[in-house]
Design a protein around this ligand. Structure first.
Ligand SMILES: C[S@@+](CC[C@H](N)C(=O)[O-])C[C@H]1O[C@@H](n2cnc3c(N)ncnc32)[C@H](O)[C@@H]1O
Length: 246
């Protein structure tokens, strides 16, 4: 099983209700994310590691100044890594499921919308099942995406994925299913999306560490023969599993 481990992933912690507070010096954050990208490159997940650090900081600043975020588990390290993966992979079509207030979505879509934009995407779709959270996410995203490149959909991601008749280049999973189901909903979401995943597309699953037991079937699937490669990123205590289609 491929993995990347930052030495301090267990002790690196943010306060979920203070998403903009610095957790470590910026140079540490950059060093850890650079090492994480190198690990992904070595494991064959991505084809490069270069992204524009100034554009990322412009993105971070815009989110800090404009977003209404009641809480988030997206750490500053993870925010940078998600932005960088998207800046390197440049998915024409990004679909994110379970986006809550939109912070988790814009951490991905910010590479193609708003002041951190570094490429032109065809579609950037964020899906949230709770209408009031989808409304908040839309307000948040529109506050920095002045060109209107991203779309927020209030819907059940499962049905949306089943019905989608286009191709997906990057699928980001962060949905927390109904009580009892929790993050084990990821396997169902992946099955609903398989028909749309393009060759060499990426699938990113948040909470690969703290929800690993709920995700056992999902993790076994993406680490098996169905995917070309898959890596667990121990950057913080939440983690992401990044998997690449053949
Ligand atoms: C735990 S939150 C994600 C928060 C994110 N990790 C962060 O730190 O900002 C999960 C979200 O998924 C949404 N959700 C649950 N099931 C869903 C589904 N089937 N389709 C779309 N969204 C869903 C929930 O309403 C919730 O807002």
């Amino acid at each position: 099983m491929a993995e990347f481990r930052a030495a301090d992933w267990q002790t690196y912690r943010m306060e979920w209700k203070k998403p903009h507070d610095a957790v470590e010096p910026l140079e540490n954050e950059i060093r850890v994310v650079d090492a994480a990208l190198a690990g992904m490159l070595n494991a064959g997940l991505i084809t490069g590691v270069d992204y524009d650090g100034e554009k990322f900081l412009a993105h971070r600043r815009a989110v800090r100044e404009n977003f209404d975020i009641p809480w988030t588990a997206i750490t500053p390290r993870m925010q940078r890594l998600l932005y960088a993966i998207n800046a390197v992979h440049r998915p024409p079509v990004l679909v994110a499921v379970g986006i809550f207030c939109g912070n988790t979505f814009i951490s991905n879509a910010g590479a193609a919308a708003g002041p951190g934009k570094c490429y032109d995407a065809e579609r950037l779709v964020g899906i949230e099942i709770k209408p009031e959270e989808a409304d908040r996410a839309r307000r948040n995203v529109q506050s920095i995406d002045t060109e209107g490149r991203a779309e927020i959909v209030a819907a059940d991601g499962m049905q949306w994925l089943k019905d989608f008749d286009g191709g997906i280049d990057l699928l980001y999973l962060d949905a927390d299913g109904p009580k009892g189901k929790g993050k084990s909903i990821y396997m169902d979401l992946l099955e609903a999306a398989l028909h749309a995943l393009k060759p060499a597309s990426l699938v990113i699953a948040h909470n690969s560490i703290n929800s690993a037991s709920d995700l056992a079937d999902y993790l076994a699937f993406v680490r098996g023969e169905n995917f070309a490669s898959s890596i667990n990123m121990f950057l913080d205590d939440q983690g992401i599993e990044v998997s690449r289609m053949p």
